[in-house]
Design a protein around this ligand. Structure first.
Ligand code: NZQ
Ligand code: ZN
Length: 389
């Protein structure tokens, strides 16, 4: 196992009918800015419940944070927060609203060029801890894990920029599966696949004898395989949705990623596909992951064989190693299709000629040495994209 630090300060408040507890979770004298997306929280009544639970606190609202939140939109919220002297942010929505609110939390007191906050990649954004405005979240879409991690992704000038800071862990995360019953089926399917791929980007590398992390990862994946199709088909099945919600949070709250190598190749290529062609985040992953594995099958063979055996019950007597790895990839692809996501770039209207633009974007964003070995250069990314077409 590799050395690691692990700290996760988010207070998880899980389950139905807990909205009234907001009164204890948000500081009593806070000046609160509620942030939300394109209107689903208004349509389905969540926003009214949130405001009622906040009682007599001074509350402002900022709506209109779009999917793949844009820097320019978020800066409008920053202006409101500065003008109204906001000291607590409350994100109500999916990953885009939660991520956008983390950016707002970092930008409010920042006196330099706020766009520079986006250019620190996987290093923490250099903002002093006591300059970050605290935030809480009420998650309405189980997918990204943003509710219990310190990451965010912000869209800016045709790119998607990952960022992180230790003080943007939400102080609390309210996870009520019933708030997600109103999701369109496709967003639920996106959530199943995003969570599944988060597990895999922390698992499908090379073995380091991290047994707890491996078995937790395998447990989350088996859970998603069991409940994924059910929760897509039965939106109001509470138990299935509760299991999706906790799977998605557990997939990216840092726990299974401790002490293991990671490979975020699928996400980094996927972000370019979203930025260029406006394909939903999870749908880019469903198209790219199988090809990443096919191109890197030798490098990842030991873990893919473990994945085949422990997640898909593919036993040694079923064929040689290469056959079993391919079976595991094919079953994963079929699972993505079963919940309702296409697994080819051409299904999204992307042409072969457009692969050049993806390669150019990867080059422009410095994504030229991806995977756990750093060996996925632009030529390998091209091979992955051509295979994914
Ligand atoms: O905007 P509204 O009207 O609220 O509608 C949203 C949006 O259109 C809708 N929605 C959300 N909750 C709903 C609902 N509709 C009905 N009922 C509800 N309860 O769903 C649509 C998609 O929402 P969005 O927040 O964009 O989806 P998701 O949660 O998948 O977030 C995607 C974003 O997260 C980033 C992605 O890159 C993308 O920008 N990620 C963040 C990560 C992190 N912070 O750790 C990791 C991920 O890998 C990912 O990169
Ligand atoms: Zn993701």
């Amino acid at each position: 196992m590799l050395n690691f630090n692990y700290r996760n300060p988010t207070h998880v408040v899980f389950g139905k009918d807990r909205m009234a507890e907001l009164d204890q979770l948000v500081p009593e004298n806070a000046r609160v800015l509620i942030t939300y997306g394109g209107g689903s929280v208004q349509r389905f009544g969540t926003l009214d419940k949130v405001k009622a639970a906040l009682g007599n606190r001074t509350v402002f609202e900022f709506g209109g944070i779009e999917a793949n939140p844009k820097y320019d939109t978020l800066m409008k919220a920053v202006e409101v927060a500065r003008a109204e002297k906001i000291d607590f942010l409350l994100a109500v929505g999916g990953g885009s609203v939660m991520d956008g609110t983390k950016f707002i939390a970092l930008a409010i007191t920042f006196t330099g060029d706020t766009a520079s906050l986006l250019h620190h990649g996987f290093n923490p954004v250099p903002v002093a801890n006591d300059k970050v405005i605290p935030l809480g979240v009420i998650a309405t879409l189980p997918a990204t894990g943003s509710e219990m991690n310190a990451f965010a992704v912000v869209s800016y000038q045709g790119g998607k920029y990952p960022m992180n800071h230790p003080n943007v862990y939400p102080t609390f995360a309210m996870l009520d599966p019933e708030l997600t019953f109103s999701l369109p089926k496709i967003q639920v399917a996106n959530g199943v696949v995003d969570a599944f791929v988060h597990v895999l980007e922390q698992y499908a590398t090379y073995p380091v004898d991290a047994r707890v992390q491996d078995r937790m990862a395998e447990g989350i994946m088996r859970t998603l395989i069991e409940i994924g199709p059910i929760t897509v088909a039965e939106p109001t099945n509470y138990d299935a949705r509760a299991n999706l919600m906790w799977s998605a949070t557990s997939a990216l709250n840092g726990m299974i990623g401790t002490g293991v190598p990671m490979d975020w190749t699928t996400h980094m290529i996927g972000h370019e596909l979203t930025a260029l062609f406006n394909i939903d985040h999870a749908q880019t992953l469903a198209a790219v992951l199988p090809s990443v594995w096919r191109v890197l099958a030798t490098q990842k063979q030991a873990k893919l064989l473990q994945f085949a055996e422990r997640v898909w019950d593919i036993t040694a007597d079923e064929g040689d190693e290469a056959y079993r790895v391919e079976q595991a990839i094919a079953k994963t692809e079929a699972f993505f299709q079963q919940v309702g996501l296409p697994t080819r770039l051409r299904d999204h209207g992307v042409t072969v000629a457009q692969i050049d633009a993806v390669i150019d974007a990867l080059a422009a964003h410095g994504m030229t040495a991806l995977s756990e070995t750093g060996k996925v250069d632009l030529a390998a990314s091209r091979q992955i994209l051509e295979m994914a077409w």
